[in-house]
Design a protein around this ligand. Structure first.
Ligand code: ADP
Length: 396
C-alpha cells in the first residue's frame, strides 16, 4: 500500500509517500512559502531536487507534489492511482475525536468546530484536506489528531480546578499534544516489552517536549494542557507557570494577553534561561565552555523532566518502562544521563556505556534495573500511515 502523509501548516506542507507495513519511505518533501511565491524540496533516498513554483494556495502545492511524484525522472510512481489513501496530521481534535477518522463532511465540520482550541493549526490542516479533496476527488482521506491518544485520561487528570462553566460551555480542559508520537512509542514499547500490560512513562523531548503516563497502552496523564505551552520548560516555551506571572508582566509592561503569551511561547524556555539558543546542542556546547546560564538551563530542564517522571510514577503506582524519544531524547546521551541521575530510588539504573547511542532503538538500562529504560526513535508519519491504512481497509 502507498499512503501519502500530509502535514499542512499555514504556509508550508510536508509530505511523505510511505508503505504503512514496512515503514519504507519512497519519497518525501516540503512545500514552503505557500501564498507568497512557492518552493518545493523533493527527496528520493539521498537525491534532492529543489523547484521554485508558484503556489498561491495549498491546492497548487498538492498539485506540485502529485506532479513530482509521477514525474518520469524525479518521481516514484506511474500514476496517482497508486496512492491508496491520504493521511493528514491534524492538531486539535477537541473532545470530539478519541481516534483517527475517515474524512467526510461531518469530520470536516468537527475539525472546524475545534478551531477555537487550535486557532493557528486547525485552519491550516483544513486547507491541506480541502486541497487534497479538490486535486484528488474521491481518494480516501483520514485525519489523525495530535490530541486523540490522550482522550483516555480520567477526569481527575484532564479537568482544571476552575469553575465548571468553562469546561461545560467552552471545553476548557487538559488535552495534551504529541499524541501521535506517544501512541507510536507506546505501541513500539509494548512490542519490545513483550506485553501490553505495563506502566510506561514516555518522555518526548524535542524542541517542544511532553511526557505521558501510560497504563496498559492507555494514556492516563500528560504534561501539555489546553495548549502545548504547559508542562516542562522547552526550547522556547516556559512550560508550567503561575498565572499571576502573566498578570504581573501585563500590568507592569502594558502588554496585552496575546503579547505576553507570545513571550511565553516564543522567547522563554531554555532559550531564555541560557541566553544562548533554543537548540540543546548549542546549550550543551556553551555549558561545556563554562557558561553558567547554559548550565542552569540544562540543569532546570533535566530537573523538570525528572519531577514529571516522579509525579507520573506516583500517578501510575509504579513504572516498568521509561522511554526517551524525539530530537533531544533520541540524541542527547548527556541529557538522558542527567535526567536519570537521582531516579535510582524508583528502580531506574542507567548503563552509561549502553546510553552512549544516538538516534537508534536501544535498551539503555543496566541488567539489574527494575525499570527498563529505552530509546525509541519516534515516527509520527508511520503512525499516521498505519492509522490511515487500518481505517481505509476496514471501510472497504
Ligand atoms: P520538534 O519539537 O521541532 O519536532 P525535534 O524532536 O526534531 O523537534 O527536536 C529538535 C531538537 O533536538 C533540537 O532543538 C535540538 O535541541 C535537539 N537535538 C538534536 N540532536 C541533538 C543532539 N545530538 N544533542 C542534543 N540535542 C539534540
Amino acid at each position: 500500500m502507498n499512503i501519502l502523509v500530509i502535514n499542512a501548516g499555514s504556509s508550508s506542507l510536508k509530505y511523505q509517500l510511505m508503505d504503512p507495513e514496512t515503514g519504507a519511505v519512497s519519497a518525501k518533501g516540503l512545500c514552503e512559502r505557500i501564498g507568497i511565491d512557492g518552493r518545493l524540496t523533493h527527496k528520493v533516498g539521498d537525491k534532492k531536487v529543489v523547484k521554485e513554483l508558484a503556489m498561491p494556495t495549498h491546492s497548487e502545492a498538492i498539485t506540485a507534489v502529485l506532479e513530482i511524484l509521477v514525474d518520469p525522472v524525479e518521481g516514484v510512481i506511474k500514476s496517482t492511482d497508486e496512492i491508496d489513501a491520504v493521511g493528514h496530521r491534524v492538531l486539535h481534535g477537541g473532545m470530539k475525536f478519541s481516534d483517527s477518522c475517515i474524512i467526510d463532511d461531518a469530520c470536516i465540520k468537527a475539525i472546524e468546530d475545534c478551531i477555537p482550541l487550535g486557532p493557528l493549526h486547525n485552519p491550516a490542516n483544513l486547507m491541506g484536506i480541502r486541497a487534497c479533496q479538490k486535486v484528488m476527488p474521491g481518494k480516501p482521506q483520514v485525519a489523525v489528531f495530535d490530541t486523540a491518544f490522550h482522550m483516555t485520561m480520567p477526569a481527575k487528570a484532564y479537568r482544571y480546578a476552575i469553575p465548571k462553566e468553562y469546561y461545560e460551555n467552552d471545553d476548557i480542559r487538559r488535552y495534551g499534544f504529541h499524541g501521535t508520537s506517544h501512541k507510536y512509542v507506546s505501541r513500539r514499547a509494548a512490542a519490545l516489552m513483550g506485553t501490553k500490560e505495563f506502566k510506561l512513562i514516555n518522555c518526548h523531548l524535542g524542541n517542544g517536549s511532553s511526557l505521558s503516563a501510560v497504563k496498559d497502552g492507555k494514556c492516563q496523564d500528560t504534561s501539555m494542557g489546553l495548549s502545548p505551552l504547559a508542562g516542562v520548560c522547552m526550547g522556547t516555551r516556559s512550560g508550567d507557570i503561575d498565572a499571576c506571572v502573566v498578570q504581573f508582566i501585563m500590568n507592569r509592561y502594558g502588554m496585552s494577553a496575546d503579547e505576553c503569551l507570545n513571550m511565553l511561547n516564543k522567547k522563554s524556555g531554555v532559550l531564555a534561561l541560557s541566553g544562548v539558543s533554543s537548540d540543546f546542542r548549542d546549550i550543551e556546547n556553551a555549558a561545556e565552555e563554562g557558561n553558567a546560564d547554559a548550565a542552569l538551563a540544562l540543569d532546570k530542564f533535566a530537573y523538570e523532566v525528572r519531577k514529571y517522571i516522579g509525579a507520573y510514577a506516583a500517578a501510575l503506582g509504579g513504572c516498568d518502562c521509561l522511554v526517551f524519544t524525539a530530537g533531544v531524547g533520541e540524541n542527547s546521551a548527556e541529557m538522558r544521563e542527567r535526567i536519570c541521575e537521582g531516579l535510582e530510588y524508583m528502580g531506574v539504573k542507567l548503563d552509561k556505556a549502553k546510553n552512549k547511542i544516538r538516534g537508534e532503538e536501544a535498551l539503555i538500562s543496566a541488567e539489574d534495573s527494575k525499570v527498563k529504560v529505552w530509546v525509541i526513535p519516534t515516527n509520527e508519519e508511520l503512525m499516521i500511515a498505519q492509522d490511515t491504512a487500518e481505517l481505509v481497509n476496514a471501510a472497504k
